[in-house]
Design a protein around this ligand. Sequence first.
Ligand code: C5P
Ligand code: C5P
Ligand code: ZN
Length: 477
Amino acid sequence: MVSDTFAKLSERAALCAEKLKQAKKVHLVSHIDADGISSAAIMNLSFERAGIPYTAEFVKKLDERVMVRLLEENHEMLVFTDLGSAMVDFIVDNRMSAVIADHHQPNGRPENIAADSATFPYHINPHLFGANGGFEISGSGVSYILACEIGGKETDNTDLAGLAIVGAIGDMQNRKYGKLAGLNREILEQGAQAGVIKYAPDLSLFGKQTRPIFKILQFSSEPYLPGLTGDEEACIRFLQTAGAGYDQRDGAKLWIELSMDEKRIIISALMKFCDERGFSSRRTQELIRECYTLLNEKEGTEMRDASEFSTLLNATGRYDKAETGVRVCMGDRDDALSAARTLLSEHRKNLVNGLNFVRENGVTQLKNIQYFYSGEEIKETIVGIIAGMASSLENVDRKKPIIGMADSEDGIKISSRGTQDLIRRGMNLSKAMNDVTEAVGGAGGGHDIAAGGTIPPEKADEFIVLLDEYIGRQLNQ
Ligand code: C5P
Ligand code: C5P
Ligand code: ZN
């Protein structure tokens, strides 16, 4: 039994699947992040299994320029995954043949984006049915629902649930409740049933499959562990004192190599460490979280852990190499995987450098928001990740949304990140980004908790002032 919302999405997806099966060829357009890459892999696999010929491409964002190009290319059938819901008017106005599987806040004329739209019924999006695409389902979850309908009675595509979960984790959809909820939970159950995924509470820190434990601690940014994060020797000493995870003779072990007892020893030591430093119990509890294991993947590889897998994918797509990520998702464990691993080590360095940039240059505090401008120091495709990670820095105020800005080809890229607390107080970054970027001649959108956009460079100062006022109004309502 699935929930009502899941059933409604499936119903929409069934309609889309029919349309796709009639096409001689489809062209897929997806987003460059982990969720977009997982979405594309899910679709590609479902096309291959159904014998539907396809081509695919990735874009950083879907704006009018891209839409005009796609229109000129005259595709028989387009499929948009993890983006598209802001372009429904364009699709309708230009009579394009398209299917959208997205989870971003839709944007367009009411008749085009209504749940029962007659002008464009090929739109699968949780927001149409009252679900929140910020945490209940990701682009790859919506793609999974479509893939299951493409499979129909003939092909069971529930084995693709693992990739759907990787996309959801890439979008941090487990943040709100410390585990996947809503539609994501239903997909998770289907994946567990299909035997491809397992979920259980475990250490939340990143790198359990592939990194020695002292490295896990050394690179921990969520939570940031003062005295350990960034200090290799201190991390080794910490493990030696605790009496697990670091052996004088064998050196460091991986997390997955530890016995249950050893894991318990390290977790207790970490909890004690956090208590002694006056961490709130909420932050201390963040050390343990539901974790997701892809059972068909080899132990000790990135792909085994949904979180590590999603970072591996981000390391490809955000550097113009999304195809490499897709190939890994689709099973390439040779060239694509080794290329992805090389990209991953660069990506890690860029994240550390980016975070250091924000630490050193600080953030500017306004009444309702705080922001940093990184020029070309931070790549526009990762400024959002850095803005998200920055909340762990001491000079960042958890009570205000943070705005990161970086130079890009067509203006200044904006990335904003908020908290559940701010949402409860009325903040909606998607609406804010949409309205305020538009007010200065740019464009943007996203989710209530995280949104982005691009603005003309000369409008940066004005934008920041307007955004500060706009968020102020949201919080005061
Ligand atoms: O484009 P897309 O929907 O795929 O990305 C969602 C973004 O929202 C991700 O960058 C993710 O890091 C961010 N997010 C967040 N905090 C949350 C949930 C999502 O920063 N609680
Ligand atoms: O780019 P960034 O990671 O900051 O994006 C945060 C969220 O806003 C993502 O879900 C992204 O897809 C969305 N976004 C958007 N339109 C833009 C830029 C970002 O919908 N122009
Ligand atoms: Zn997404």
